[in-house]
Design a protein around this ligand. Structure first.
Ligand code: SF4
Length: 204
């Protein structure tokens, strides 16, 4: 995790691991989550200039040192740098990704996503009252919760660069282009090829 406190150690990390028997070394930019912003230690997102001016060059150098072992969540870096009106790449109008990866809290609530866990109004139901299949089949409840987030709040209470952010971008792009048969055919072919390579389909 690259933060303002440790970025000076980016190259130390690369030099330390370059000769060790590890498969990869991954760098991730720090993204401030919404939960932390409700605490007394409120933090703001690290400004784009920090990533653009201080981090990119260091990561390039780390990549040279580590070779094939270098990994970086560069898509998150891109959104942190090109943050246009603090949107951070959130140009989608629906959060479709969360419909594939809800979050079950320790309290039994089935939350929209990890960012909203702990907020009852973001829950589709509680496992103590109904089993997951029944909760998930209640489309009215799911639509109601999502409409509040998407249409009323317009994502204003959502974490920036949340976990389903990337899948949201991809799925929104697909939804916008559903009328293009060539795109859909291309996606079907690609998904077939990917599916053949996945060993544990329920564990991705
Ligand atoms: S935080 Fe992300 S996943 Fe959660 S509701 Fe908002 S956009 Fe969707």
């Amino acid at each position: 995790m690259v933060t303002k406190d440790n970025f000076n150690e980016i190259l130390d990390f690369a030099n330390l691991f370059k000769d060790l028997d590890v498969d990869y070394c991954q760098y991730k930019p720090e993204v401030i989550q919404v939960e932390r912003n409700s605490s007394d230690n409120k933090k703001d997102q690290i400004p784009p200039e920090f990533w653009a001016k201080k981090i990119i060059k260091l990561l390039d150098d780390a990549s040279q040192i580590l070779g094939n072992k270098f990994q970086c969540n560069s898509y998150k870096l891109k959104d942190l740098i090109v943050h246009k009106n603090k949107m951070y790449g959130r140009e989608y109008k629906q959060c479709l990704g969360s419909q594939f990866q809800p979050c079950v809290g320790a309290d039994g609530e089935v939350y929209v996503c990890t960012s909203h866990r702990g907020h009852k109004e973001r829950s589709y139901g509680n496992l103590k009252d109904k089993n997951f299949s029944k909760i998930w089949a209640d489309m009215n409840k799911r639509k109601c919760v999502m409409s509040q987030i998407e249409n009323t709040e317009k994502f204003s209470k959502c974490s920036q660069l949340c976990k389903p952010h990337e899948s949201n971008k991809v799925l929104w792009n697909i939804k916008k282009n559903l009328h293009k048969p060539e795109l859909i055919n291309d996606l079907k072919i690609k998904s077939k090829k990917i599916e053949e390579k996945i060993i544990h389909k329920s564990f991705i």
